[in-house]
Structures are given as C-alpha cells and as structure tokens.
Design a protein around this ligand. Structure first.
Ligand code: NAD
Length: 496
C-alpha cells in the first residue's frame, strides 16, 4: 500500500494551473491534464498557451526590458534573485511535493537535489554576476593621447527558456537564474509533463516583487503548440533549451529565420569505464548511481558500462545483484527507484528492452514491469535492467534509452576502452574509474564529451562549464559561460 501522503499534500490540487503573463495569472480556454506517474490519477489541469498568449508573453517581456527592470543595477537585480532563493527555501515543502507529484521521484532525491539546487541556482548566479571581472584595455594612438577600451555587458533581450521533465525545477532555474542576473526578461516553458514546480516559481516571483513581464510562464506542448510558437516568435532574441537532440534540431529549424542565439543541452549515451585497478566497491556503488539515479532519467546517466576483462564477470555479477535488490515504489516509501515520467515513456523504454532481446542481448535482470497489486499498477513503474552481449553497433548501444538500463561489455586495453567510449554520436559525459593517477588524467582528456568524472559521478560545481559535444549540445552553460550566453558584450572606446 502507498504510505499516507497527508504531510506532503499536492500544493496545487483542484486548480487549473495558470500561465503568468505580464504579472497576471491567466487561465486559458484550452487546458490539458497533469497525470501522476505513480498511480495514473489526474492531479489538476493546466492552461495551454496558444500562439496568441505566447505573443502576449513575449510582448510583455519586451516591454519589461524598457521598464524599471531595465534600469536596475546588477546589484539590485541580484538582491532580488537572492530573495527568490530564500523564498524557494521557505516554501521548499511545497516545491518538493509539487516536483514529486509530477515526476514520482523519491522524496529523498527531491529534498536533497532537485529543490535545493533550484534555490542554489539563483544564489550562485547572483554571486557570479556580481563578481564578473571588468575588462579594460588601454591602447596607443598616433597622436600619443591614447584611448581606453572597456566592455559593458548588456542583456540579450527576451530569452525563451525551454526545459525537460527529468529534473524540472533544477533545469528550468539553471537557465532562468543567469538570464535574469544578466538583465534579460524571460518567457519560460516547462515540460508539459511537469508544470507544477514552475507554477510555484511564478508565485514566488510575484511574492518577492519581480516586476511584471520580467518572468513569464507559458504552459503547453512542443510541436504545433506553445513551444513551437515561442521558438518561432520573431521578437525572441535567444533560446536556452534542454531536451532531446531531435527536438534541438527542430528548434534550430524554427529559429533559423530570425537567427536567434541558441544554447542547447541535449541527449547523451554516456560511457562509464571501469579499470581493473579501480577501487572495486567505489566503482560499483558509483556505477549503480550513474545508471539508476532518477530511474535512469538523467542526461548524464551511464547507459554503456565498459569493464576491464580481469574484473568483468565479478563486476557484472555484483552490479546485477545490486540491481535486483533495488526497491521500486512510490515517492514516500523509501524506495530506491520511482516510476518513469509517463506510460508513454515507459512504452518507449520497454520497446528498447524488447529490441535488446531481438538484437541477441541477454537480459540479466529486469526487462519488464513490476506488479504491486494496488493502485501503483496504474503508474509508470519499470524494472531496472542490465544487458550483456550486444554488438557495439546494436541500436540499444547507440541510441539514448533514458531509463534504468545499461549494457555492460568487457575491454582488454586502455586504448580500446577510449575508442569504445568515443564511438558514439553523442558526447555529453563520461565516468572513469581507476586508481592510477596517470591513467585518470590520460583517459579523461581523451573523452569526446563536455564533462568527465574520475572516480565519481554527477559531482557539480556550478561555476564550471557544462554542456556537450556532437549530438549532445551547442555551447556551454555554467559559471561565466552562462553569463556569456545571456549577455551581449559591447566595447566602448574612449579617446583620451
Ligand atoms: P523533449 O525534447 O521531448 O522536450 C523538452 C522540452 O521541449 C519540453 O518542454 C517540450 O515541450 C519542448 N519541445 C518539444 N518539441 C518542441 C518544439 N518543436 N519546439 C519547441 N519546444 C519543443 O525532452 P524531454 O523528453 O522532456 O527530456 C528528455 C531529454 O532531455 C533526454 O534526451 C535527455 O538526455 C535530455 N536532457 C539533456 C540534459 C543536458 O543537460 N544535456 C539535461 C536533461 C535532459
């Protein structure tokens, strides 16, 4: 049975979640249902913004650039962002239960990662914007008087932020916070699967006095809906998008006519390399985390695990045993693994389980859906799955599955391991497990990815560059890289 959730009531039930446009909460005529992935219950309905509402949001954001917001100093803007962080922390119970209601993720994760990181994003980018170094160059001139060049950082303008459903609040705020810190105005669109924490963020923006039009929120779908209307809009200056690589391509096409600035954080098919000299237990625990965190729905998750031959069988056996022991359940049950985001996504992951069998892989555990005998059977739960024996060109080894699943294969030499890891159209993240300092540095820098972890996984310092190569993205965010994307530098040259 599900544990009572009375202490974590869904803070938005019984309502139609509104959009926030120009400081006004707007409930549109068209709406869609927000369904729980835990038990299939409809929790609320959500206002869908059509092209006309998207246009209103963009126009409001444009006006706000010219209003009081545009005249604030960086210090004043950042003080407001710190208030946003504080208010998120004050309302963290609401945010945690909203995030859990939409995603079914475990209470432990929402409480320790998703929501605190959302608040931290506002604080971190406020600090970074305050500490942005000034740039100044003196130059000589033929008349000997010289000139002084200095850079001012202007906002890019109206920024569209489009976020996915896997870490909804963390990833939305990861872009909204630096965009605002740099003085832009924002029209944000969360995933249609996860509107709730964004709806609470809209409330917080109002509560702390962010001026109307500075942060606008529109709900809806992607193609032929809110998302497409937003990225096509001629008056949007930049798009910061996180999601699937194929969606990135579609957005690029939509944005091409008005030549918008793009920052893309896209999919991954990440490799973990486990060398025989690694600390076995640490590598095992780390790989469990990197495969199964958030039910495998993290862009950084390892879906390809390569293990050096001498420890291959032992590692695979231990990994399989641990995967079998994972407790699947609802968010408040102390489970290790919650549901996938939706039945639709579960069908996709299950189709890869079937494909793995068809491609002559051996499923060592999982491969199906659990049965609870209660309302959770109407949810989107799935078994954690470990596969061996696939060819390197099998689709299950090449394509992003985005579920609690990995393929494990042996390697014999370091060079071979590097080749296997890099033989991918994606290039987001890699994990290297070794106790050799030389090997760690040598292998890490050969990885064709945006981030390599050595002897850990998903350890994030918000000041560092984050992003991917190949199909995994365009550009970098994080630290000064975010500030660079969300600003237009202008040089002023003063003749002395
Ligand atoms: P998705 O691409 O289906 O959707 C992401 C967002 O884009 C949603 O808000 C959706 O409504 C919107 N969208 C879809 N089509 C659109 C269109 N044509 N125009 C405008 N907007 C559109 O992704 P998802 O399924 O929500 O998220 C999972 C994917 O995100 C995975 O591929 C994962 O690897 C990736 N991801 C990447 C990172 C990263 O940092 N690189 C982080 C998290 C997730």
């Amino acid at each position: 049975m599900l544990m009572p959730t009375a202490s974590y009531p869904y803070p938005l039930s019984g309502t139609q979640l509104p959009c926030l446009i120009d400081g006004e909460l707007i409930r549109s005529a068209r709406s869609f249902e927000n369904v729980s992935p835990v038990d299939g219950r409809v929790m609320c309905t959500v206002s869908e913004a059509d092209a006309a509402l998207v246009d209103r949001a963009v126009q409001a954001a444009r006006r706000a650039l010219r209003g009081p917001w545009g005249r604030l100093s960086t210090a004043e803007r950042c003080a407001l962002l710190r208030k946003v962080a504080e208010r998120i922390e004050e309302r963290s119970a609401d945010f945690v239960s909203a995030e859990i209601a939409d995603t079914g993720k475990t209470l432990q994760q929402a409480r320790s990662l998703d929501i605190p990181r959302g608040a931290a994003n506002f604080r971190a980018f406020a600090e970074l914007a305050m500490g942005r170094p000034a740039e100044c160059f003196e130059m000589g001139t033929p008349d000997g008087r010289g000139a002084l060049n200095y850079t001012v950082h202007k906002p890019v303008g109206v920024v569209a932020v489009i976020a996915p459903w896997n870490l909804p609040f963390l990833l939305l705020t990861w872009k909204v916070a630096p965009a605002l810190a740099c003085g832009n105005t924002v029209v944000a669109k969360p995933s249609e699967e996860t509107p709730s924490s964004a709806a609470l963020l809209a409330e917080v923006m109002q509560e702390v006095g962010v001026p109307p039009g500075v942060f606008n929120l529109v709900h809806g779908f992607g193609p032929d809906s809110t998302g497409e209307a937003l990225v096509r809009h001629a008056d949007v200056n930049a798009i910061a998008f996180t999601g699937e690589s194929a969606t990135g391509s579609a957005i690029m096409r939509s944005a091409a006519d008005s030549v918008k600035a793009l920052s893309f954080e896209l999919g991954g098919k990440n490799a973990a390399l486990v060398f025989a000299d690694a600390d076995f237990d640490a590598a095992l625990a780390g790989t469990m985390r990197s495969v199964f965190s958030n039910c495998g729905q993290v862009c950084l998750c390892s879906e390809r695990v390569y293990v050096e031959r001498p420890i291959f069988e032992r590692f695979l056996e231990a990994l399989t045993q641990r995967a079998r022991a994972l407790k699947i359940g609802g968010p408040y049950e102390g489970a290790d693994l919650g549901p996938l985001i939706s039945r639709r996504h579960r069908d996709k992951v299950l189709s890869y389980y079937a494909l793995a069998r068809a491609e002559h892989g051996e499923l060592l555990c999982g491969g199906g859906v659990p049965s609870f005998g209660d309302q959770r059977d109407r949810g989107a739960f799935i078994e954690p799955t470990i596969i061996r024996g696939l060819a390197e060109d099998a689709r299950c080894v090449k394509e992003e599955i985005f579920g609690p699943v990995c393929h494990v294969a042996p390697f014999d030499a370091e060079e071979e391991a590097v080749g296997l890891a890099n033989d991918s159209r994606y290039g987001l993240a890699a994990a290297v497990w070794t106790s050799s300092l030389q090997r760690a540095h040598r292998v890490a820098r050969q990885m064709e990815v945006g981030i390599t972890w050595v002897n850990d996984w998903f350890l994030r310092d918000l000041r560092t560059p984050f992003g991917g190569v190949k199909l995994s993205g365009i550009g970098r965010e994080g630290g000064m890289h975010s500030l660079a994307f969300f600003s237009e530098p202008m040089n002023i040259c003063v003749k002395l």
